[in-house]
Write a protein that binds this ligand. Structure first.
Ligand code: NAG
Ligand code: NAG
Length: 577
């Protein structure tokens, strides 16, 4: 049968990518050439039972995976779908020994409920009670104190996360559950899974963990495995029992086939064939990286052509941004940058993961908080434009009046962009934003200039990360952008002009979904490796070249940028004196 299927026309082969983001589940049907045919989206529920607590339900999430996959595969035969790949936020899912949800809330009203299996999957989400709220979301900061305690152990595994344990990683969340829900959640839990691995388990019944999740968020190391001394030092030695059965004793590379493919049950729920290949999952940002970084760039005269993939950096730019670079000649340690993570994104390569905590959210914050924002909205609505399209056009016309490149408009307005702390390369969550050069007027022009200076500051922040990576041994010549912000041409062009590097935008704007589909394609063995699948499926859409005339302008702005940070540290020291 397998041979019969394989001999089918490969032009009619498809892969399904499923992306479980913070607020919604999206699915896409993707061709062998990486073209997105159809997409579907459904919102997922987020509960916020306490400040800093963000909770979801794995039942709700899976139900939305099933309904979106059913929608996007409606127009094709089941046997045309050759593989499925999942990516998700790095949230923590808790299940008991019968694989039923275990609540992660304080003060859960425990009630007996009969788990009725409703055949797929419509009404499942309707009966999500408190007991089924079993996902501690990635952005849940309940374990901040536990994270600080783990950091203070100074354990050697911390060297792979820039020396600081984030409350968004799993060990502090696990420790919180043990310390706060010992008699309930901790007692009942038999399986702790990263959300991407929960999805592949749900699809295949295999508990194999993707190296992406356990390496990037659980301190696992492919060569040294789980570090016993670490788990003992932080007080979670119980997780070592029974060969780590609660946190995973089998791992695999992203994109490798999991189990025997879709189980009969999952296939029925998703509307696909039993045995359809499922690739080991990725965290969402990493799927975005996979969706762009391996593109075939021949014919675009880019400096990374015919160079190893290590000359590229993927930037996933949304509300926050991630800066992903890989190395092959051994691990590189970059201060303030997560990793090196072996096989964390591309199998066999070391991943370094830099980031900016607030990017799209900073731009929104600055623009929407300005006194002239209502006026901006009014103008944009009048012209039927998006506010950022309007602002970009407005800046161009201001530049025309000035007779100079647009960027020079912000020569004397400088922003330090870390309103939400600095993730990379300073790894200092106490830093705050700064603006220097404000006038005594708050017109729409002033709003546009502040927006421009903010975007420039974000690009200079990227340059700052690039410099730290270069110093540690990376040699990056081309940037590959995806995510919501990559749709803003001003943000894109300023990144090219300020870093002096050419920048590639993907042909498919939904690069994360393409990345997830690459996992399914790789698992199906239709491509021989993830590198080949990326090369064939991640297509270049547009190349943006930097304007080298502006290089000296940005060198000056960069000097100011660095000083804004030095000065801020001085102010803190003065006040703490
Ligand atoms: C590995 O983990 C699985 C799943 O939790 C468990 O059933 C199994 O006993 C573990 N393997 C060993 C050798 O302990
Ligand atoms: C960046 O460089 C381009 C290409 O030379 C130039 O046209 C543009 O005005 C510059 N800035 C922006 C924001 O586009």
């Amino acid at each position: 049968i397998a041979i019969g299927l394989r001999s089918g026309d490969c032009r009619e082969w498809y892969y399904v990518g499923v992306d479980v983001g913070t607020a919604s589940v999206r699915a896409a049907l993707v061709t062998r050439e990486g073209q997105v045919k159809t997409t579907a989206e459904e919102m997922v529920t987020i509960w916020k039972p306490h400040s800093d607590h963000y909770v979801q339900s794995s039942i709700d999430i899976w139900a939305k995976c099933c309904s979106t996959v059913r929608k996007v595969t409606q127009g094709v035969q089941r046997n045309q779908v050759r593989g499925v790949g999942f990516d998700a936020t790095c949230s923590l899912v808790v299940l008991d020994q019968n694989f039923q949800p275990v609540a992660v809330n304080l003060d859960v009203q425990r009630f007996n409920y009969v788990f009725v299996k409703i055949s797929p999957p419509l009404s499942v989400a309707l009966c999500v009670g408190e007991a089924e709220r079993n996902v501690v979301m990635w952005m849940d900061h309940r374990a901040a104190e536990q994270a600080a305690r783990i950091t203070s152990t100074g354990h050697r595994v911390l060297s792979r996360v820039g020396g600081v344990m984030s409350p968004e990683m799993q060990p502090p969340k696990l420790l919180w559950l043990k310390e706060n829900l010992r008699a309930t959640c901790w007692r009942d839990a038999a399986h702790f899974l990263d959300l991407p691995d929960f999805l592949s388990w749900k699809a295949t019944a295999s508990l194999a963990r993707s190296l992406c999740t356990v390496v990037c968020k659980w301190t696992y190391c492919p060569t040294e495995k789980w570090d016993t001394s670490f788990w003992t030092a932080i007080g979670l030695e119980d997780l070592l029992e029974n060969d780590h059965s609660k946190i995973g004793n089998v791992t695999c590379c992203p994109g490798s086939p999991v189990g025997e493919g879709l189980t009969q049950e999952a296939a029925a729920e998703l509307g696909l064939d039993t045995g359809t290949a499922v690739g080991a999952s990725l965290i969402d940002a990493h799927a975005g990286g996979l969706g762009v970084i391996g593109a075939d760039v021949r014919g675009f005269s880019l400096p990374c052509e015919d160079q190893p993939i290590t000359s590229r950096m993927a930037m996933i730019c949304g509300t926050s941004s991630c800066h992903m670079a890989v190395s092959c000649q051994g691990p590189l340690f970059v201060p303030g940058v997560w990793g090196p993570y072996l096989s964390g994104m591309v199998p066999e390569l070391w991943l370094n993961e830099g980031g900016q905590s607030a990017t799209g959210s900073l731009i929104d914050h600055v623009v929407k908080g300005h006194v002239a924002y209502p006026q901006l909205q009014e103008q944009a609505v009048k012209g039927g434009e998006h506010i950022y399209t309007y602002l970009n056009r407005h800046l161009s016309s201001m530049a025309k009046d000035l007779g100079a490149p647009l960027e020079l408009l912000a020569s004397s307005l400088h922003v330090w962009p870390d309103f939400h702390g600095n993730r990379s390369p300073l790894a200092d969550p106490t830093l705050r934003g700064a603006v220097v050069g404000l006038p005594l007027s708050q017109t729409l022009d002033d709003l546009a200039l502040l927006y421009l200076a903010t975007v420039q500051a974000l690009a200079l922040g990227t340059q700052h990360i690039l410099e730290a990576m270069t110093q540690a041994g990376h040699d990056i010549t081309t940037l590959f952008l995806c995510g919501g912000l990559s749709k803003n041409p001003l943000y894109v062009q300023i990144h090219a002009n300020a870093t002096g590097l050419p920048l590639v935008l993907p042909a498919q704007t939904e690069a994360v979904l393409v990345g997830a589909a690459v996992l399914g394609a790789c698992a199906s063995h239709d491509y021989s490796s993830i590198l080949e699948a990326m090369e064939k499926m991640a297509k270049v859409g547009k190349v943006v070249q930097p304007d080298h005339e502006l290089w000296s302008f940005y060198r000056k702005k960069h000097s100011v940028f660095l000083r804004l940070h030095v000065h801020q540290r001085e102010y803190m020291a003065l006040m703490n004196d």
